[in-house]
Design a binder for this molecule. Sequence first.
Ligand SMILES: Cc1cc2nc3c(=O)[nH]c(=O)nc-3n(C[C@H](O)[C@H](O)[C@H](O)COP(=O)(O)OP(=O)(O)OC[C@H]3O[C@@H](n4cnc5c(N)ncnc54)[C@H](O)[C@@H]3O)c2cc1C
Length: 531
Amino acid sequence: MLESVIAEFRQALGEQHTLTDGTSLERYRWCTIPIERNIAGVLRPASVEEIVQVLQIANAHQLRLYPISTGNNWGYGSAQPVQHDNIILDLSRMNRILEVNTDLAYAVVEPGVTQRTLYEHLQEHRIPLSLNPTGAGPNCSILGNTLERGFGIGPNGDHFLAQCGMEVVLATGEILRTGFGHYAGAKATYVYKWGVGPYLDGLFTQSNYGIVTKMGVWLMPIPEHFEACYLICNSEEQLGPLIDGMRQLLFSGVFQGPINLMHRNRLLLMRQRYPWEEMSGRTPLQESVAARLAIQKNIGTWNGVGAICGSKTQVRAAKQRIRQMFRGKVDRVSFLSDTKLQLLQRYPNIFGLLLKMNIPDMLKMLQASYGVLKGIPTEVALSLAYWRNRRTPLPASEVNPARDKCGLMWFSPVIPMTSEHVFAFRRIIEPIFTKYGFESCITFTAVNQRCLDCTLPILYDRDAASEVQKAQECHLELLRTCKQHGYIPYRLGLQSMEQETTRDDVFWSVVQKIKLALDPKGILAPGRYAG
Ligand SMILES: Cc1cc2nc3c(=O)[nH]c(=O)nc-3n(C[C@H](O)[C@H](O)[C@H](O)COP(=O)(O)OP(=O)(O)OC[C@H]3O[C@@H](n4cnc5c(N)ncnc54)[C@H](O)[C@@H]3O)c2cc1C
């Protein structure tokens, strides 16, 4: 960037929020995908007014800005722009919770509000509402995740469905308010999603059409009673009946949010590192070793978890219905409540002897999934990113897989929720993982009654050049083959965006036309899901 332009940004934002030196830019380059972009600088505005000033300068000099909220888009690109030489617009200083409405169960947040900030705010003010955290941990942005149409596993799991009302600064510097938000004094902006006229909010998710500066998010009133339901299958034969039963229970409203279904391998890698020694350095993990480790750790072949909540009577009825549905079909159906959890914590030795289990170890995992379902953000799931990382120990807190040079790329296709589709999909992906020397570590999340969002991590050792290359090839082949069979990802990583979105297709050409209309100079996030 020219010195004169830097001086203009400094004038607008102050020196300490206009970063251009290598050391300050370093953290924005951390990435779990083996791609490094040149970053022209980082700007850290604190208000909409400052963003508008930044845009004036960017427009005058034809500069490209890449907005991020907290930049922890791990496995999809972290904070990095899609193209080289963008200036990152880091919005993490805009971190105010602008409103929490207890009666109507919503909050209005800025981009820098993290899962932790909102959770602690609700706790501190004893507000009987809960958020729906993702597994990405306390330091991730609620707004940033929603713009990627991410999801959690508790009630209100599909984050874009739980979004209502946005404020967006367009590339021209105009400020757009969606829904009813553009009517002075509108009362229902954060309680009615659609407004009147065309519905625009979706345009600002997975796109590069604007800088989102404010968003309404629906929260969940704390129910009278809550329990987590765990479903364990010890054989592959049980997966079909489990999927079909899950779908029926979701349609009948027995579960209030998504059900998360994890393969044994997925749970294993959240509990330990790759056993390099035992495998004598070979990959992928041998089936017999995986099976033995899973038995040691009480992990089933398939492991489901979902929330049931309501009045005590409703929860009792839901538990009965779940038991009936899965009787004889899965190996174990169990429920965890606050009371049970406290007992396990208080008497780990007694329960350990009774259940023949390592209770402290089991509690760690139970508390994590139970907590997430209840709206408590935790770092527990982040350990998976360290599976093949040989050099960095898992930090006790402030886990950051990008900083710690973990190798992780997500591939996240959507599958219709029938056992036929699940088996057809597995027949495609599992041989590809094996071919490249990786474990297939499936999670299926039933984000609604009809489909499963499948998140598949490709976990590799970033220090081993051959593994890095295999990981890239594996990702490409998964994407290409699954697309041929009709299983398309719900979200893309940095490495796939340009290739996917420049295809000759009416959909992507309309996307380009809208981009041209809203941002004719191509200032904002070039290449992000559009030109
Ligand atoms: C172990 C692990 C578990 C994970 N679990 C989950 C999970 O359960 N669910 C899930 O969805 N994801 C998950 N992730 C993926 C990812 O880490 C999260 O989605 C995370 O929330 C995204 O990062 P962020 O919140 O910092 O958003 P950001 O990185 O700030 O934003 C994401 C993208 O949105 C755009 N953007 C952000 N803010 C703005 C803005 N204000 N205006 C315009 N554009 C903007 C940018 O292009 C940015 O690159 C997981 C990752 C790991 C490693």
